[in-house]
Ligand binder design. Sequence first.
Ligand SMILES: *[C@@H]1O[C@H](CO)[C@@H](O)[C@H](O)[C@H]1NC(C)=O
Ligand SMILES: *[C@@H]1O[C@H](CO)[C@@H](O)[C@H](O)[C@H]1NC(C)=O
Ligand SMILES: *[C@@H]1O[C@H](CO)[C@@H](O)[C@H](O)[C@H]1NC(C)=O
Ligand SMILES: *[C@@H]1O[C@H](CO)[C@@H](O)[C@H](O)[C@H]1NC(C)=O
Ligand SMILES: *[C@@H]1O[C@H](CO)[C@@H](O)[C@H](O)[C@H]1NC(C)=O
Length: 952
Amino acid sequence: MRQSSAFFFILNCCVLITLIDGFSLSNCTIYFPFEYTGHLKVLCNRMSYWKIPSPLPHNTVNLDISNNAIHQIDETDFIGLSNLIILNISHNRISEIHSNALSDLTNLEELNLSNNKIKSVTTNLFKGLANLSHLRLDSNYLETIENQSFATLSNLRFVNLTNNKLKHLSELHSVLQVPHLQELYLGKNGFSVFNSSDIPSAFFGLKKLDLSRNPLTVFKMMENIFPDLEYLDLSSCFQTKTSDWLILDKAFLNTVKTVNLSRNQIEVNQLDYIMQSFPSVTWMALDGLKGFKAEIFLHKACSPSLRGLHLEDNKLSVLNDHMFRPCALLNELHLRNNGVLRMYKSSFNHLVNLIELRIQKNSLKQLNNTLQVLPNLRILDLHLNSIQNLDCSDFTNLTQLRHLYLHRNRIVTIKACVFKDLGNLEELILSSNRVLTVSGTFTHGPQNLQCLDLNNNKLGAIQNYNFKALNSLETLRLADNQILNIYPYAFAGLINLTDLHLASNKITETSLRNRDVFAGTPNIKSLDVSCNYISYESQEELQSPPFIHLSELRVLKINSQRQNLNHIPSNFLKGLTNLKDFYAGNLNIESLHVDTFSYTPKLTYLDLSSNNLVNRDALTPKLFQPITGLNKITLGKTHLKSLDFLVDANLSNLTILRASMNELQLINQKIIQSLPKLKVLDLQNNSFTCDCSNAWFIDWAFKKNKTQVLYLNRYECRYPLSLSGKSLAAFNAESCNVNYDFICFIYSSSIVFLTLVISFIYHFLKWQLVYAYYLFLAFLNDKKRKQISNHLDFQYDAFISYNAQEEPWVLEELVPKLEDQHGLRLCLHHRDFQPGKAIIDNIVDAIYNSRKTVCLITHNYLKSVWCSQEIQVASFRLFDEQEDVLVLVFLEDIPMHQLSPYYQMRKLVKKQTYLQRPKPGEDTQAFWQKLKIALETKENMEDTQILSGKDV
Ligand SMILES: *[C@@H]1O[C@H](CO)[C@@H](O)[C@H](O)[C@H]1NC(C)=O
Ligand SMILES: *[C@@H]1O[C@H](CO)[C@@H](O)[C@H](O)[C@H]1NC(C)=O
Ligand SMILES: *[C@@H]1O[C@H](CO)[C@@H](O)[C@H](O)[C@H]1NC(C)=O
Ligand SMILES: *[C@@H]1O[C@H](CO)[C@@H](O)[C@H](O)[C@H]1NC(C)=O
Ligand SMILES: *[C@@H]1O[C@H](CO)[C@@H](O)[C@H](O)[C@H]1NC(C)=O
């Protein structure tokens, strides 16, 4: 029983050891976005890897190894990764891929090999990738694609071969035979001839074809090879006037909806011909055409089906009166970067259907009421012009406008009347202008505005009710202005405002002193007042805490005040009962008042990075007690010396702890154990002590089966000096550990061994053991005795040791013969033992007080415990005093083997120095005579002939 449980105990120890299954990918970040399946997302990008990291966890579904320095992919690199779905190895230096390297990736759907140095696609490279749907091989050195190399890719939908060194369509046979290909990108290669006869058969299903940036001289379609094509990019292809353009049947490309013919050299008559080839085109780009003549070209280009037209970079500095007359059906017109200086109402007169007009990056100074004629406009992009003033009538009639982009102009003031017709405007971007004030601008609308961006202007103050009419506004951006004064009720009326950006202004604690600064905007969820000039002298309670009205606020950013906040008043956060994220980094805070977070019970994220928490009491457990829901805390760069405050802070919900760039030396077990939900720990750049005091942490960090210790391989020891600068891994934490596994092994094996030995002894050496025990007892008694007395005068001549059954013979024959006839003094236990004394002591006394001990041996005598003890004690005395005190009288016949445990008795019997009681009828006279002599003699029995058994 005991043996088997010990055995299982050992077994358990061994199983525990082998179960530890950490990630040894020290340079990679591992995410668990798929909680239920245990699948992993592994990011190893930008880590200077020379080869594919390994071992990669087998349950990785998304692996990013882009932007490293990998040269080749070996046969075993991706072995066993059959769960992988997305693999990104782009931006490396791969020139060689072993032909079986990808064969295990049976579930792979997306493979990105772009920006490498691959020269050819070999026949077996993609073998086994039956589920691949997305393949990027763009920006490589591809010259050849071997036949059959795409044969097994039956699910491929998307191939990007842009920017390679392919020259002939015939090299693409393998790609062009993929049955369900939908998108094929062949831009920026060396194709000079596109001839349908080079393509094996009709290519059903292909929807997008990009042939841009190839030096095409011939484009010939003699057969309908792309019956389903919708998108064709032929930009930057035809650079000579004589390029050969032949499409046998106008119906061949009648499915094409989107055509890009930008940056080509196209003659007018060619354009005519081309346009006839695309009878259903709805969107066309004619950017940067050489020798573009708007009147003639637009006449050809604006076919009845066309709805969107790109005319960027065409130097159309003046938009003439009737330029767009042929384009009456357009919904979308892009005129970016044309140097437009002048335009007329009549320019757009005919474009009544226009929904999107983009005239960004031009030279417009005024709008001159030119846009009033576009009542259906929804998107108007005028950014990057030189507009200074907006007239009240500039946007008249634009009732449908949703998005108005006016950023990067020179606008100083805007009158309210500008927006009078923009009742549907949702987004107004006015950033990077020179707006000085918004007083009076938004007093009437636009009522439906949801996002107003006034970042990077020259606003100095926000007056009360400045945004009064914007009751749909959700986002208000006022960052990068010079706002110093915010008047009470400045934002009142913004009942739907959720995001308010006030970063990088000149706001001070005085600007926030009035408790009604944020009054009237009850729904703000996120407030950013970072990078201002807010500063407090002490932690003393404020008379009116600034955020008292913002009970719905979730996110507050006060980080990076330019005057160093230094102190956060104890009731600074009062009113923020729903605050979740608090950014208070980079403020030079030295400590936090224990009440700071007592107003924000729902806090989950706290950023205190880049402060000056050098003092050991800067953060106390009590500070964290009101915020037990804290999930993530950032304490990087705060001069922190210890994380001990966490032990009693009760942060049982913390999952992410960042405390890099501090002066932490020791992380003890209690700290980690107080954070049961910790998933990510970042302690880079601390002053770790690499000795046994830190052994537990070092050992835990490297095993980290539940917690990811970010970039652990970069952690360095600071102390002791002998290890300074060495990696934490260089310290062998194992050497500090009492090895419990080994101890448990030794302990249990000893138990097993002992049990075996004891059982063995018990079974085979029982008597020897009993004998040894008695011998030992006798030895003890002899010692004692010798100390007490040394006399040679004996109280008795003989101690008679016998079994109770022999009592009649003793009393009736032995005692009368020896005591009465021969005058010997005998010691008998029933008569002479002192009552109340321990039996063993009585025995010992009797033996030592008698000259001889007479043992009357019978079978029963040998069985009796006490009698055998008497023999033992006597034996010992004999042994010790070199005097044979033992006289054996056999009353019965006893075979030799029964004497075996009684070593001394056996020895005597062997020497035949014993007496045998005469059998009935034999002469008793001689027996008594011999016994008397034996008791009186002092010599060794060995020498006395009388006692020799032979004489009996
Ligand atoms: C980890 O990244 C560092 C550079 O950030 C690099 O020097 C080191 O070789 C990488 N480790 C491995 C195992 O690739
Ligand atoms: C195709 O590759 C080119 C060149 O690397 C890249 O610029 C382009 O975005 C890619 N196209 C798609 C759709 O991935
Ligand atoms: C607006 O009208 C003025 C005066 O007629 C002219 O100088 C200016 O170029 C016009 N602006 C535009 C953008 O057409
Ligand atoms: C406003 O648009 C209507 C058509 O919706 C048009 O009749 C009217 O003339 C336009 N107003 C101006 C000032 O152009
Ligand atoms: C404010 O937002 C709510 C919810 O998004 C919406 O139902 C309501 O119409 C908005 N109020 C205004 C005045 O736009």
